[in-house]
Design a protein around this ligand. Structure first.
Ligand code: F0G
Length: 482
């Protein structure tokens, strides 16, 4: 239980850990934040930590580790080949997912590279509930096509559907009939669908997808990077699993899918990543690529200390008291914003709070990147760093035209066990002010646009002097630069 009832009747989230090591952060004046944003080309990825107050860019590699994880790092057994550390990690993961094989990689996208190289042929299609930026590029770079067959509810900003990340079974049957099973490279299910607001998939949905794919001989791939939050939602929203042991749920998922992969920067409060499978043939093929791209089979690009931390972190992931902290805080954040009339994705998902930039900045055309502009504006007035998850995060088509994203979101990620409730209240308060002054936010345009994954290091500029006017309004209203 991490939500307790107060005398007022209010349900309040309470942390099930105590903080024993801290890191100083700084709240700089608005003039400095404005300057930092300009120097970062209005791209929050290009800001420096020293300029940031609350870093809600991502939960990737920024989760707080536990005392037990640090303790385990001290027993790391360093060796190029055959380290005890690797065998400890391998045994934890095989047990967790009930699989025969584990292949280590340096992070999640490395798994996507290897899986795509083995399974994607030119003009083949990957069906999925929803893409993640790196997963899509690895497929399309090999001439594959991506088709998203998420349930319609998944793309509605506000909803009360408990599993908005579910794959649409009718659309799956239709796509198989239309494309032919032999032209489908694989079906990919992403737990906690990142780009649509950290929305979960249900076990029931996985079972149905697995059954159809087995019947048709189509390989199934599970991206389990955001599994921790997804497990919380299975336990709290899928009645069959209310009393279930998370160990059993995870094992069932591991057995249902032909291949499971994860980013250890998210799952397991660590770094690195890995691929799990029960399929001997696929294992043999993927194994050959590990020494080529990652490192030897007993480290795959990870340091032994990372592997020790991951082994302990994976066990902590199966502890409900541990995994409920993020979703409960995301819910508190989302509820606070909803009360203030700030448009957000509902129901609250995992990973972070997702602000609907299309509604927030409905005066900014999608071609001028409303979510990018909102993320920049929020940093200027608060020092809170979020991430654009909209049109900027899309890839241009081969003919150079720009697809407009289905959702324009600003993600305010809550790295696990890092922020306190008062810090969340601060972020919500500043978003409230920004919402009331939203017409001050203007559009952005590219100054320098990379050809692949442009959101990472592309540079933009404001289409007018709106950032200066926004900073001025902030100073006037608050009577201070902080
Ligand atoms: N799959 C999902 C669902 C992810 O969220 C990520 C990373 C990856 C794969 C790739 O893993 O970063 O270890 O290579 N998401 C990060 C984020 C980058 O900020 O959401 P990676």
């Amino acid at each position: 239980m991490t939500k307790v009832k107060f005398v007022s009747g209010e349900s309040v989230p309470v942390e099930m850990h105590k903080v024993r090591m801290v890191q100083k952060i700084h709240l700089h004046p608005v003039e400095d934040r404005l300057q930092a944003m300009k120097e970062a080309g209005f791209n929050t990825f290009l800001l420096k930590n020293r300029d940031i107050f609350l870093d809600m860019l991502t939960d990737s590699g920024s989760n707080a580790m536990s005392d037990n994880q640090y303790a385990a790092m001290l027993q790391a057994d360093d060796s190029y080949a055959g380290s005890e550390t690797f065998y400890r990690l391998e045994s934890v993961l095989k047990d967790m997912f009930g699989t025969k094989h584990f292949l280590p990689t340096h992070q999640g996208r490395a798994c996507e590279n290897i899986i795509s190289e083995i399974l994607v042929k030119p003009d083949s299609t990957v069906l999925m509930n929803y893409h993640f930026t790196t997963s899509k590029v690895h497929i399309t770079l090999r001439g594959g096509l991506v088709e998203e067959i998420i349930i319609d509810e998944g793309l509605k900003i506000t909803s009360d559907h408990p599993f908005k990340g579910n794959l649409d079974i009718d659309k799956l049957e239709e796509a198989i009939a239309r494309l032919g099973a032999e032209n489908i490279a694989f079906v990919r299910l992403e737990a906690g669908t990142n780009l649509i607001g950290g929305q979960p998939i249900s076990v029931q949905n996985m079972r149905e997808v697995a059954k159809i794919c087995r019947r048709e001989g189509i390989t199934t791939v599970h991206d389990a990077s955001l599994l921790a939050d997804n497990l919380y939602f299975i336990k709290t929203r899928e009645p069959e699993f209310e009393l279930a042991d998370l160990r059993e749920v995870t094992r069932e998922m591991g057995m249902l899918m032909d291949v499971t992969y994860f980013s250890g920067r998210k799952l397991g409060f660590a770094r690195g990543g890995g691929i799990l499978t029960n399929d001997d043939g696929l294992y043999a093929k993927m194994r050959e690529l590990i020494p080529l791209y990652e490192g030897f089979l007993t480290y795959g690009g990870m340091s032994v200390r990372e592997m020790e931390a991951m082994a302990v972190g994976m066990k902590e992931t199966l502890d409900f008291d541990v995994i409920c902290q993020t979703p409960i805080f995301v819910e508190a954040f989302t509820d606070e914003l909803t009360k203030k009339g700030v448009p957000v994705v509902t129901p609250p998902g995992g990973l972070g709070c997702h602000v609907d930039a299309a509604a927030f900045c409905d005066h900014i055309p999608q071609e001028e990147y409303p979510a990018g502009a909102l993320a920049a504006a929020l940093f200027i007035i608060s020092g809170v760093r979020g991430m654009e998850r909209g049109t900027l995060s899309e890839e241009r088509r081969p003919d150079g035209t720009e697809p407009l994203a289905e959702m324009e979101l600003v993600r305010l990620a809550l790295p696990r066990r890092v922020f306190t409730l008062s810090q969340i209240k601060y972020a919500a308060d500043r978003l409230d002010w920004l919402h009331q002054n939203r017409k001050l936010i203007g559009g952005l345009e590219f100054e320098e646009e990379p050809s692949v994954l442009r959101f990472f290091f592309g540079r933009l500029k404001a289409k007018s002097d709106w950032p200066d006017r926004l900073a001025e309004a902030f100073r006037r209203d608050f009577g201070t630069s902080l």
